[in-house]
Design a protein around this ligand. Structure first.
Ligand SMILES: NC(=O)c1ccc[n+]([C@@H]2O[C@H](COP(=O)([O-])OP(=O)(O)OC[C@H]3O[C@@H](n4cnc5c(N)ncnc54)[C@H](O)[C@@H]3O)[C@@H](O)[C@H]2O)c1
Length: 407
């Protein structure tokens, strides 16, 4: 028994479909392993679960098939080509057979308005919803003889959840669940609870704050589950986290940092709703003040521009002051294909979570901060310090595995 299960919540979305298609292409030797940090020399002599041993299933709340989603991506950004889709079509159908109807709980109008939403996914009783998710996860594990399962939240960005007294304590949150109270939960909270109850690792790749509440984190830790989040750092925020330290390190005083993002895919459609957009803006906006200080005037805005599809464009303007108080400006434009940037991170994170579980390393995986815009419970936001934290962690793991080995 050596296979690792990857359970994608939002399994026919843009990022998930790219993860599934990309993994199939790599496993069949049709594409090189480019863009995966876990395939670089950094991970030499680390016994990560091999990519070839990953098997995918998931939850989805819209009608459709993975082939439909792959073809939509082909028509949109072209990142999945016609030829590749034809070559992996059988695998896409196999994965599709492991995708179950997901749950929608306190989902909000933006998500409920998505085209093709299945009404039978809307749940009224939170305990029943968790029981259904748990059953799907257990079946996935036994039917595929898996050593471990990693649940990755890749579903649509939710609006923030108003604070509730039970959010601070696992026991109280579970009491609310049993009583059928609705206020403390969104869909992502219930997925995180179910992951913990079946002993699966959990990654919150979305900015949805309802997933990693103090209570769900406590539950995951108590059940021995590694977890990490939130909000994959793939584009504009990645550049910011590398660039902002440069101004600090050369005593260039940043006065203003304005970021303007345009995107046009389904994620962009969800973010055109102000409540859901606010979640993303907060996640994208926090790092400038964390790296450069509270006095920087910094704003992030996001607009839905349908014709751009998944080819997201960000324009940043940095206004700064140098010697003699002279003011200067730097601008950059980032044009990235969002799902192509995100998919390898998802695979890297799944391998790291399962590796941690195999080594008995439960709870928050602090060293995974470099993968996230809002690294959970961390004050380290700059990319090179985050990279160093990962390198140090790998070094200590190698030493634990072979105390006599040279450093
Ligand atoms: N570079 C990136 O693309 C990137 C980076 C960081 C974070 N993210 C986040 O990852 C998430 C996915 O992005 P995407 O571009 O794939 O979006 P998407 O809209 O293409 O996919 C989301 C999928 O989740 C499904 N879904 C919604 N609610 C669900 C629920 N309760 N249960 C199961 N499925 C549900 C939707 O039907 C959809 O198929 C978003 O939250 C996005 O903000 C993406």
């Amino acid at each position: 028994m050596s296979r690792t299960g990857v359970w994608l919540v939002g399994a026919r979305g843009g990022v998930s479909t790219t993860v599934i298609a990309g993994l199939a292409a790599i496993q069949q030797g049709r594409k090189d392993r480019v863009g995966l940090l876990t395939e670089t020399s950094l991970f030499e002599n680390c016994d990560l679960p091999p990519l070839d041993d990953l098997i995918i299933g998931g939850h989805e709340v819209r009608e459709g098939s993975l082939l439909d989603s792959a073809r939509a991506i082909c028509a949109d950004s072209g990142s999945l080509g016609h030829e590749l889709i034809a070559e992996i079509a059988t695998t896409l159908e196999q994965v599709d057979s492991r995708i179950r109807p997901g749950i929608l709980f306190n989902a909000g109008k933006a998500i409920l308005s998505l085209e093709g939403i299945r009404s039978d996914c809307v749940e009224q009783d939170p305990a029943q919803a968790v029981a259904r998710i748990e059953q799907d996860l257990r079946e996935f594990r036994t039917e595929n003889d898996l050593s471990g399962v990693v649940v990755v939240n890749l579903s649509s960005t939710e609006a923030a959840l108003p604070p509730h007294p039970s959010h601070g304590c696992a026991e109280e949150l579970l009491q609310q669940l049993a009583q059928g109270t609705t206020e403390p939960f969104r869909s992502s909270t219930l997925y995180a609870i179910a992951a913990a109850q079946v002993g699966a690792s959990f990654v919150n790749f979305t900015p949805s704050p309802a997933a990693l509440l103090p209570a769900t984190c406590q539950l995951l830790e108590e059940q021995g589950c590694p977890f990490a989040g939130s909000d994959g750092k793939t584009g504009e925020t990645l550049v910011k986290s590398a660039l902002a330290p440069m101004f600090f390190q050369r005593a260039l005083k940043v006065l203003s940092w304005q970021g303007y993002n345009m995107l046009g895919d389904r994620d962009g459609e969800i973010l055109s709703c102000s409540e859901n957009r606010q979640t993303k803006i907060e996640s994208k906006g926090e790092l400038i003040k964390k790296i450069l200080g509270e006095d920087v005037h910094s704003q992030v805005s996001i607009d839905y521009v349908p014709s751009l599809g998944d080819n997201k464009t960000a324009w940043d303007l940095i206004h700064f002051e140098g010697f003699l108080g002279h003011r200067m400006t730097m601008q950059f434009t980032w044009q990235g294909c969002d799902a192509v940037l995100a998919a390898p991170l998802v695979l890297d994170l799944c391998r790291l979570m399962e590796w941690a579980r195999q080594r008995g390393d439960a709870g928050l995986q602090q060293h995974c901060g470099l993968f996230f815009k809002s690294p959970h419970q961390s004050e380290i936001y700059d990319l090179s310090s985050q990279f160093q934290a990962l390198t140090d962690y790998l070094q200590s793991c190698r030493q634990q595995a072979d105390p006599s080995g040279s450093p």
